[in-house]
Design a protein around this ligand. Structure first.
Ligand SMILES: [Zn+2]
Length: 284
């Protein structure tokens, strides 16, 4: 799956995808409610009302640079809250290489935030040690986000995530802590979108008069464009997360900006009453 934004190319590399079982993340999105939201079907939900979601990375090619945005769950990780996320053995790196992006050709890794499903492939297990998966990459972490999770003791999972997928990159000297608003290349910049996590960032791509936004987890699923207040169970500040959606989608509604989800395919934001929809093509 590839998309063009001006001279920039965005390629999706999926680690895991499926439909359904979203109760643990978006409890209000019950199948009988989703079934009635016909604009979601079939792109973002099944006719039965099950939500389609993926854990994935985007490879952004811009000005000769290869930037991986978010890195999924990773293989061999442990102490994950969701049982099937432990000791994974997926062909993610093989898929990435097959798509033309061997790990040693990646220049930059950029994490929108430091949750379990966005940092996993930052590292891989080699001889019992966690080492950076992308040996030639500079890893960009938001400083606000990094400072929040560094030394965070309240969650066993987040502690493990930091220890196996963030700290080894810092120890290897490959991490750079950035301000939430940072120009990464001529065409790519970050901007702060806190709510889901304290230092969450989204990414803006501007190239040859075209624009796209990589949301990260401002929304986990397009169902949250219609129901702005359906915050995910993983949001650190559910109220702020809902406000962020309202503000950001309000700015994007009716524009030609292509909006990519951390866990769903891109669309264009359209205002509908007090809320929004996300459509595959711009609506007139
Ligand atoms: Zn996520």
């Amino acid at each position: 799956m590839k998309w063009k934004v001006g001279a920039v190319t965005i390629t999706k590399i999926v680690e895991i995808e499926g439909a359904g079982g979203t109760k643990f993340i978006l409890p209000q999105a019950a199948p009988d409610v989703v079934r009635e939201m016909d604009w979601l079907i079939p792109r973002y939900a099944t006719p039965e009302g099950r939500l389609k979601m993926a854990i994935q990375s985007y490879v952004v090619e811009a000005g000769g640079q290869r930037i991986v945005v978010d890195t999924g769950l990773g293989n061999d990780k442990q102490s994950r809250h969701i049982p099937i996320w432990n000791k994974l053995n997926t062909p993610f790196l093989y898929k990435m290489t097959e798509a033309g992006f061997a790990p040693d050709t990646i220049d930059t890794v950029l994490c929108t935030h430091l949750h379990v499903d966005h940092v996993g492939w930052n590292t891989k297990l080699v001889g019992g040690e966690w080492v950076p998966t992308f040996p030639n990459a500079k890893y960009l972490f938001g400083k606000t986000e990094y400072d929040f999770w560094n030394g965070f003791e309240e969650s066993k999972e987040q502690k493990a995530v930091f220890a196996d997928s963030v700290k080894p990159v810092v120890d290897a000297g490959q991490a750079e802590l950035i301000a939430s608003e940072t120009q990464v290349t001529d065409e790519i910049s970050t901007f702060p979108t806190p709510g889901h996590s304290p230092g969450h960032m989204s990414i803006r791509i501007r190239s040859s008069g075209e624009e796209a936004i990589l949301l990260g987890d401002v929304a986990h699923h397009p169902v949250q464009f219609q129901h702005l207040d359906w915050s995910s169970t993983f949001d650190s500040d559910p109220k702020a997360s809902a406000t962020m959606r309202e503000q950001l989608f309000g700015k994007l509604a009716g524009t030609n900006t292509k909006v990519f989800g951390g866990h769903f395919d891109p669309g264009y934001v359209v205002r509908e009453g007090n809320a929004f929809r996300l459509y595959e093509t711009p609506q007139k």
